[in-house]
Write a protein that binds this ligand. Structure first.
Ligand SMILES: [Zn+2]
Length: 690
């Protein structure tokens, strides 16, 4: 909105809390306060430090220790374990060594290990010298959008004076590292009055005698930038006039588009997870005349484009997606070829990680929802920066070679290689019906523990809510959603698949599980029971598989459908005519899907459980009583009866069934298997498949 005034940051410092803290705890307190507000610094960006005198563990003598935010992690949630501790004297002494030996930036990093104080295992970040060479106890380096807007303006030097009136020095753009630390030290020496330094195309750093002062100063310097931008805001929008309309039906567009782009942005066989941002702020940016030229300039803060890539892809609805992607990839490959150095790491995925669709929104892609979200968040940061810079001046991005050198920095590559290996079902999206309890819930938990994103469907919203929370505890909140849905309603089912697509970009695994059971011979099956079993076990299984196949076809990357059948599908149970027939229908339908859609690389398999009493949703009071009556036993003897009926004399649990479902769902385990049924019944001769 033109003329909108962003609210200034309040100080949240609480003396009554901070007074009880030791200096390191105070540093963490300040860091958490600063990192919790995305206007102060982006996720995972910025760092803080404190120089603290403490006794050396060997000599007992007081030494100066640099406590500095380590590599990785976010300031907002940082704990003591996220901070490295170094002998300040040794870090400073590195200068002599670096100069004497002519060491390059990347050679300095391993030397920090020789400076570690107190055997602290936390790896320090490349920004360590930036903190060490500031001769003040408290130092704060932030990536505030409002400040980067000034730092990424064409006339940053003049604006620096205008905004902060000599309070801040200016560090020209320089890749973070040892040299930047020395440049900052010299800047402070030459300008002893400054309280901070604007870092061109990057952010700022400031310092004080203690952390309370440093926190207040950080907030005040950011507010000055924001107030300056607000004061320059006029009725002329910095992104120009609105030149594009909103899409008439963005939901339908996304439902069609997301699986297609997800399928086409695979790299080396690896899929991505999509997150969509349709916020008013993003839509406004996309609608304006200057969006395209600004987006083409690329993002500025190094933290931003490590995730967002140097620039996003713009896709106009109606364009040929293959041609758009080809164009983007060629541009990226040319950029890599132009800028690569002899020792550069190999080219990474040349596909976009941010796709802008005017009128619809922004799609961020990442290896999991968390990464995709942060990527989207970073591009929103970039929008704020461009908006601020265009309000006060003209936005400038990093020179291409500088951007490349950061994107393909050996240290970043090493960081990527140090990351824990991805889980087996990472980058996969699973849809599970009947997920609130029993086999569906157990399967969802197992899929999540292996790294899949899970979309859980059930008609019991309350139970589903609890089950979703349980799954989120395993995989993280962004990795699971629940959709309250009666699968016998084809419209509701179709929209549940749409929700899966909107949440993660598509689906790779579909577990067809929602079921129920009724006793009855053909003569004794009521019309109501007939309708229930027909709707749920036949029609809904059919519809779920049809929706799954259509979505997987749109995605074009194959997939795995797992049908939860029953022993009754092979060996009829007494007094369960329609239930048994319906279960046979499911297995045969599964085989049809396997036959018809092998050409689409869609595998379809079944699991035949039996005697799953413990933890099963089917064993409600009615079914239990009816079954007990049929067997001539008491309802509480059911568990023992079924256990004794198995050849192995064991209980069969939802977890046991989930194990087989996951085997069939997983490309890594069963990529050569389709049209197959696995029994999970403790051994049942009648249930053997022939
Ligand atoms: Zn930084």
């Amino acid at each position: 909105m033109v003329g909108q005034t962003e609210s200034l940051l309040p100080s949240l410092w609480d003396d009554s809390h901070s007074s009880s803290l030791d200096p390191v705890a105070e540093l963490i307190y300040a860091s958490n306060l600063l990192g919790s507000d995305k206007r102060v610094t982006n996720f995972g960006g910025g760092n803080t430090s404190a120089k603290v005198r403490m006794p050396d563990p060997l000599t007992g003598q007081d030494v100066e220790v640099l406590w500095v935010k380590g590599s990785g992690g976010d300031l907002g949630t940082a704990t003591r374990a996220n901070f490295a501790s170094l002998y300040q004297e040794r870090v400073l002494a590195l200068e002599g060594l670096v100069k004497a030996r002519g060491l390059q930036e990347d050679d300095v990093v391993p030397l920090y290990n020789h400076c570690v104080f107190g055997l602290n295992p936390t790896a320090c970040s490349i920004d360590t010298p930036l903190h060490a060479y500031v001769p003040f106890p408290a130092v704060s380096h932030m990536h505030a959008d409002a400040v980067i807007a000034i730092a990424a303006s064409k006339d940053a030097e003049r604006l620096n004076q205008e905004v902060w009136g000599g309070e801040m020095g200016l560090l020209p753009w320089k890749r973070p590292g040892f040299d930047l630390g020395l440049m900052l030290r010299d800047l402070i020496k030459e300008n002893p009055g400054i309280k901070g330094a604007l870092m061109q195309s990057h952010g700022f750093i400031c310092w004080a005698d203690n952390w309370k002062e440093c926190y207040e100063l950080t907030i005040r310097l950011i507010n000055k930038a924001q107030a300056f931008i607000d004061a320059k805001t006029t009725s002329t929008h910095p992104f120009g006039e609105v030149v594009r309309d909103r899409h008439a039906d963005p939901r339908s567009f996304l439902v069609d588009f997301l699986p297609r782009i997800r399928g086409k942005t695979r790299f080396e066989g690896k899929r991505l997870i999509a997150q969509v941002d349709t916020s008013a702020e993003v839509l406004d940016y996309l609608s304006r005349g200057k969006m395209e030229p600004l987006a083409a300039l690329g993002t500025s803060c190094p933290d931003h484009f490590l995730r967002t890539k140097i620039r996003p892809m713009i896709y106009q609805p109606g364009d040929d997606l293959d041609a758009s992607l080809d164009g983007f990839r060629q541009t990226y490959e040319a950029y890599y070829a132009r800028c690569r150095r002899p020792d550069s790491p190999a080219m990474r995925n040349p596909n976009p990680s941010v796709v802008l669709v005017p009128g619809v929104g922004m799609i961020a892609l990442g290896k999991n929802p968390q990464e995709a979200r942060v990527t989207g968040e970073f591009y929103r940061n970039a929008i704020h920066v461009m908006k601020g810079a265009e309000t006060v001046s003209t936005y400038v991005s990093l020179p291409e070679q500088e951007a490349f050198d950061i994107e393909y920095w050996q240290l970043e590559e090493a960081k990527l290689r140090r990351m824990p290996p991805e889980k087996e079902l990472s980058r996969q999206v699973a849809v599970v019906t009947g997920a609130a309890q029993g086999i569906g819930r157990a399967t969802s938990l197992k899929l999540s523990s292996l790294g899949a994103c899970v979309v859980m469907l059930d008609r019991d919203g309350e139970k589903l809510g609890q089950a979703v929370q349980d799954v989120q505890k395993v995989g993280g909140v962004p990795t699971a959603i629940g959709v309250t849905c009666d699968v016998t309603d084809p419209g509701a089912l179709e929209s549940a698949f749409e929700e899966a697509t909107l949440a993660f970009g598509g689906a790779d695994i579909v577990v067809v599980n929602a079921g129920n059971a009724r006793r009855g011979t053909v003569a004794a099956t009521s019309a109501d029971d007939y309708k229930l079993l027909n709707d749920l076990l036949m029609k809904a299984y059919f519809d779920t598989m049809a929706d799954a196949v259509r979505l997987m076809q749109r995605q074009g990357t194959g997939g795995s459908i797992v049908v939860v059948g029953s022993k009754n599908g092979v060996a009829v149970g007494s007094n369960a005519a329609l239930y048994s027939a319906a279960k046979a229908f499911e297995l045969h339908l599964m085989r049809s899907v396997a036959v018809d859609h092998a050409k689409d690389s869609i595998r379809c398999n079944g699991v035949n459980p039996d005697a799953v009493v413990i933890g099963s949703g089917i064993w409600n009071d009615a079914w239990r009583k009816q079954t007990a009556a049929s067997l001539g036993i008491q309802p509480d003897e059911i568990e023992a009866h079924y256990r004794n009926r198995t050849m192995l004399k064991v209980d069969v649990t939802p977890d046991d069934v989930a194990e087989a479902v996951v085997y069939l769902a997983s490309e890594a385990r069963s990529s050569r298997t389709t049209g197959c049924v696995i029994t999970v019944d403790g051994g049942n001769r009648e249930g053997f498949l022939r």
